[in-house]
Design a protein. Structure first.
Ligand code: NAP
Length: 211
């Protein structure tokens, strides 16, 4: 699959490393300098799926640049609505109801936004195998086909994919990210953890109460 990653910072390069062995990657940047770089519109037009890996404050500008080229395509939103990570998630730019992902979707009405790849640090987006248990990566988006593509890419990157249904659930995935960021900046865990699922043994008989 042709994956256009918008940005070439820490997250963009981490995802290029974990997805680049099985997919073609190009970076959408403001000043393209090599063959695997292009302008934002060119890379969005080339891609089958786009990953947004730019700062929160750039969202409106980026959406304007790619909007015409992502119609009908999955746009995986890895951003988090923080305005200054050094201050921690207490400066989250989205309050109360709603999410950055839903706001992005309203700026990209023809695209299929899926919130994912925002819930752990870039070091684990690059190398999920560094964690003791396989880390989970949650995905929420309204278009089922696009969500399935996102879940497949999550698996390709080395995470346990978790379907979280509609884009309205993106607000919870952004909150989960705020917990990760709080730990990373202010909490006891620092950046040394990820979120993982713990399942019931699969062979247990199902009870009527298991709902
Ligand atoms: N770092 C993490 O561990 C982590 C983990 C999960 C999610 N996130 C989220 O992922 C996003 C990216 O984080 P990051 O750490 O990768 O940031 P970063 O290293 O600062 O990289 C940001 C990238 O976005 C580009 N950019 C900035 N403004 C732009 C604009 N107006 N148009 C086009 N490109 C623009 C930058 O390009 P220039 O070089 O041209 O400025 C740079 O390539 C953020 O929303 C962050 O909250 C971060």
């Amino acid at each position: 699959m042709r994956i256009g990653i918008i940005g070439k910072g820490t997250v963009a390069q981490a995802l290029a490393a974990s997805l680049g062995t099985t997919h073609d990657i190009r970076f959408g940047v403001r000043q393209p300098r090599s063959q695997d770089h292009g302008t934002l519109p060119d890379v969005a037009a080339w891609a089958d799926a786009v990953i947004l890996a730019t700062p929160w404050r750039a969202e409106a500008d980026v959406a304007t640049e790619i909007a015409a080229h992502v119609r009908g395509k999955p746009v995986l939103d890895a951003t988090n609505p923080v305005v200054g990570a050094q201050h921690g998630p207490d400066v989250a730019a989205i309050d109360g109801a709603g999410s950055a992902a839903e706001r992005l979707q309203s700026r990209l009405p023809g695209a299929h936004v899926v919130k994912t790849f925002n819930q752990t640090g870039a070091e684990f987006l690059k190398d999920p195998g560094a964690l003791r248990a396989k880390p989970a990566m949650f995905a929420a988006g309204d278009d089922e086909a696009s969500r399935r593509i996102a879940l497949a890419l999550i698996a390709d990157a080395g995470f346990e994919p978790v379907d979280c249904g509609p884009l309205a659930n993106a607000r919870h995935l952004e909150s989960l990210a705020m917990i990760w960021i709080w730990q990373a900046i202010k909490g006891p865990l620092k950046r040394r953890f990820g979120f993982a699922l713990s399942h019931l043994p699969t062979k247990l008989p199902q009870k009527d109460t298991d709902q």
